[in-house]
Design a protein around this ligand. Structure first.
Ligand code: NAD
Ligand code: TYD
Length: 338
């Protein structure tokens, strides 16, 4: 089995590649990643010499780069590559359209040319829009209604993926997952930003009243779900993933403050994000029933483990925060050539 994984030097993609090579020892993986600010070779430094792992630096929106990754054929493509941060999409939407929409189309077209290549397209709960406090969680039948430019670009890609499945009869499956947390998450996202700022004694910026709700899942539980979809998901279907762990942002920040034993005064309410979605929650019953998938970790355990991981991997996140991970990238990439 040869699987081409895109965005494999980012947070979820790197966790997925490590899990696949651990749990499916006879598979080969090609990682196609553009090494944007979010791509960090240190995330997979342990696999650099693994003969089952091949890295291709390239852009999913460039057909020639996609062709290089698919050289010799592929049984499946798992598309994690994306611009993934809502706040960046508010500042500038264009890179989100290029990677998330145009890039996804290039992968769908390349898979179509290959003939028998399964595509797993990784999407997000954010395509469904926001829930009110008493609304039931999103199901796969919930209408797509994105609010941020990030979510809109992901929704556009989802529509295209389903349209290719119907129009061309391609083997394409979509996963939509809630907010992930865990090792190797870029410290621009809520949980790693708060942990690392707290360790550094910096302020902890909570948007608005902090009473927004996200449904948190540990990245390894999400990766197990993606592997189940890759192996057993039905073509043309969407599968939701979540861990029934709805939490207020402010409560998560308070828990991090208490786990790290830092001063509560670091918490600072700042101006809210425009069009900030108030609540997300996922109904993952379809994945549980059809795929036999279940999240293995409670949020409290997963958060405590994650705080410990950042405490024990200070070199990793300090290099990201001070930008020196980019130098590591240059050395790493120049040694290998294009
Ligand atoms: P990330 O930002 O940590 O990583 C993205 C990776 O994609 C980076 O390695 C980057 O270099 C690469 N990339 C970006 N543009 C590229 C391009 N044009 N060509 C090739 N590679 C490119 O993202 P993440 O948090 O790991 O998210 C991965 C996927 O999961 C995304 O599709 C995201 O929408 C989805 N998702 C994320 C979450 C979450 O909580 N993080 C939740 C649900 C779904
Ligand atoms: P984030 O990790 O950016 O994920 P998303 O916006 O995709 O859900 O943010 C999670 C929640 O935390 C979201 O409600 C915004 C909020 N937030 C803050 O309050 N402060 C911050 O500094 C960040 C990055 C996020």
């Amino acid at each position: 089995m040869h699987v081409v994984i895109t965005g494999g030097l980012g947070f979820i993609g790197s966790n997925f590649i490590r899990a696949v090579l651990r749990d499916r020892p006879d598979w080969r993986v090609t990682n196609l990643d553009l090494l944007t600010y979010a791509g960090n070779p240190a995330n997979l430094a342990d696999l650099e010499r693994d003969p089952r792992y091949r890295f291709v630096k390239g852009d999913i929106a460039e057909p020639a780069d996609v062709a290089r990754a698919l050289e010799g054929g592929a049984d499946a493509i798992v598309n994690f590559a994306a611009e993934s941060h809502v706040d960046r999409s508010i500042l500038s939407a264009e890179p989100f359209v290029r990677t998330n929409v145009v890039g996804t189309v290039q992968l769908l077209e390349a898979a179509r040319r290959l003939g028998s290549c399964r595509v797993i397209h990784i999407s997000t709960d954010e395509v469904y829009g926001a829930l009110g406090p008493d609304d039931p969680p999103f199901t796969e039948a919930t209408a797509v209604n994105p609010t941020s430019p990030y979510a809109a670009s992901k929704a556009a890609a989802d529509h295209l993926a389903l349209a290719f499945a119907r129009t061309h009869g391609q083997d394409i499956v979509i996963t939509r997952c809630s907010n992930n947390y865990g090792p190797y998450q870029f410290p621009e996202k809520l949980i790693p930003l708060m942990i690392t700022n707290a360790i550094e004694g910096k302020r902890l910026p909570v948007y608005g009243d902090g009473r927004q709700v996200r449904d948190w899942i540990h990245v390894e539980d999400h990766c197990a779900g993606v592997l189940a979809v890759l192996e057993r998901g039905r073509a043309g279907e969407v599968y939701n993933f979540g861990a029934r762990s709805e939490r207020y942002n402010i409560d998560i920040v308070a828990r991090i403050v208490s786990l790290l034993k830092v001063q509560r005064e670091l918490v600072e309410h700042v101006v809210d994000r425009p069009a900030h979605d108030r609540r997300y929650a996922m109904d993952a019953a379809k994945a549980e029933q059809e795929l036999g998938w279940r999240p293995a970790r409670s949020f409290e355990q997963g958060l405590a483990d994650t705080v410990r991981w950042y405490v024990e991997h200070e070199d990793w996140w300090r290099a990201v925060k001070d930008g020196s991970y980019r130098d590591f990238y240059r050395t790493w990439y120049e040694e290998r050539g294009p």
